[in-house]
Design a protein around this ligand. Structure first.
Ligand code: ZN
Ligand code: ZN
Length: 131
């Protein structure tokens, strides 16, 4: 009587090929929507950052070039830009900000004062070291 319990018939059969394809597709989608950093599975659909150096998308924790292994490339890129433009801008995008001459003069004075202070400090430090 137990023989009747065996599962049989075409209903139990699945199409493995289709299943594989689905798995492949979902894996591909998943890979595209998660951080490209090895072992990181954070979604980058809404908060992903595209790295201009390697073209991969990373989560907010890994998008910095130094974090995911593009540090060298980023540094080379920055160096290239500096040599091309001839100026090192503090931070980024400051070159687009317009400074009116009065403000610039004020800044220059502030900078001079700061430099004076710094050189004075350095002198006194050197004196301390000398004893
Ligand atoms: Zn990168
Ligand atoms: Zn990540």
């Amino acid at each position: 009587m137990t023989a009747a319990c065996l599962p049989a018939g075409p209903a139990a059969r699945e199409l493995p090929a289709e299943e594989d394809f689905d798995a492949l597709v979902s894996a591909a989608i998943k890979a595209d929507n998660t951080c490209s950093f090895a072992k990181c599975t954070v979604s980058v659909v809404t908060l992903g950052q595209l790295c201009p150096h390697c073209g991969h998308r990373y989560c907010l924790g890994h998008h910095l070039p130094e974090v995911h292994g593009c540090g060298e490339r980023a540094r080379a890129h920055a160096r290239q830009r500096i040599s091309r433009e001839g100026v090192l801008y503090p931070g980024s995008g400051t070159k687009d900000r317009f400074l009116d001459p009065a403000k610039r003069a004020q800044l220059q004075r502030k900078l001079d004062k700061k430099l004076d202070e710094l050189t004075g400090q350095r002198r006194s430090k050197r004196k301390e070291k000398g004893k």
